[in-house]
Ligand binder design. Structure first.
Ligand code: ADP
Ligand code: MG
Length: 307
């Protein structure tokens, strides 16, 4: 029930969509695959589900190589693609029976009824798919991914476009499903990861920038306090770095800097002294604590030019 990704790269022509990505999803985990649009999330998921090949590298699902046993892999996995492709002319139950037929399931009717109940589609099962709200269409998508009772679920942006109530319901449903299965879901929304996932893998422009528990990622950076300081005149990075207790220095502009520091050391007095020594003044000073959201922003924004 595990997913092992080793040094996977994907090129679309000259464009590198994934660059040497490696990670593991352990049985029973719900892992969030987080990144801004164009990061490479859907590409990675299509490779894991054996819909497109990697340019290089290796993916194993439940111990099998996806490029060697694509059909077996597809049987073990449920996949909700980003564009949730449904047959809008079909009725909900009819569609699910059709999918059950594709999987050659025994007891199709019984299985479909069970899944309809599981995802909360009892009242809509006799409606045409095109009549359903986005949230209910998403439930149909989840139902088709779950029909053949796969061990591993790959959900590509399962909650995008949902209103706040639908969002809450679908998240709860995914969490409930995640209690029994290995789940990997992609999202570009931080709160989603905080709400559902055990672990988060962050990618940006095809590169992996973090892979940690949601808890760790939050607390590791929270343990360092951050101060944003604006000087009247340009400052030198090395001077800011020389302040006792400062761990990291980031330039926002020549006059605005963010400093990470050991929370046990008070650096504000030193900053004022530095300003005096440089014959300038401190215009503003703001304490910032780093939440996961900020980490995400920091990890995925383009690096500030260093001089
Ligand atoms: P995400 O799902 O994180 O938004 P994608 O995996 O869809 O990102 O895309 C990653 C990058 O690869 C993007 O720059 C996208 O334009 C490019 N890309 C995706 N699919 C194709 C394709 N079939 N042909 C060419 N480029 C593609
Ligand atoms: Mg995508």
């Amino acid at each position: 029930m595990s997913i092992v990704v080793e040094n996977v790269s994907k090129h679309y022509g000259k464009q590198k969509a994934l660059n040497e990505i490696s990670f593991e999803v352990k049985p029973g985990e719900i892992v969030g695959f987080l990144g801004p649009n164009g990061a490479g999330k859907s590409t990675m998921m299509k490779i894991i589900t054996a819909y497109i090949p990697a340019t290089s590298g290796k993916v194993q699902v439940c111990g099998m190589d996806v490029s060697k046993e694509p059909m077996k892999i597809k049987r073990l996995m449920g996949y909700l693609p980003e564009q949730n492709p449904l047959y809008h002319e079909m009725y909900v139950k009819e569609f699910l029976l059709f999918i059950a037929g594709l999987h050659k399931l025994n007891n199709k009717k019984k299985r479909v009824s069970k899944i309809i109940k599981k995802v909360g589609l009892e009242l809509e099962q006799h409606k045409k798919i095109q009549m359903l709200s986005k949230g209910y269409k998403q439930r149909v998508g989840l139902a088709q991914a779950l029909l053949h009772d796969p061990d591993v679920l790959i959900l590509d942006e399962p909650t995008s476009g949902l209103d706040p109530n639908q969002l809450k319901e679908i998240r709860a449903l995914i969490k409930q499903i995640g209690a029994e299965k290995t789940v990997m879901l992609s999202t570009h929304i931080m709160q989603e990861v905080e709400a559902i996932c055990d672990r988060v893998i962050i990618i940006n422009r095809g590169n992996m920038v973090a892979n940690d528990t949601v808890e760790n990622l939050g607390s590791v950076l929270q343990s360092k306090d951050q101060i944003r300081v604006e000087f009247e005149q340009a400052m030198e990075k090395k001077d800011l770095e020389s302040i006792h207790g400062v761990i990291g220095v980031k330039k926002v502009s020549p006059t605005v800097w963010t400093l990470q520091h050991d929370p046990k050391v008070e650096i504000r007095n030193q900053l004022f002294q530095l300003a005096v020594d440089n014959k300038t003044t401190v215009l503003t000073l703001q304490k910032e604590t780093t939440k996961l959201e900020d980490i995400f922003k920091a990890l995925t924004s383009s690096p500030v030019e260093e001089n």
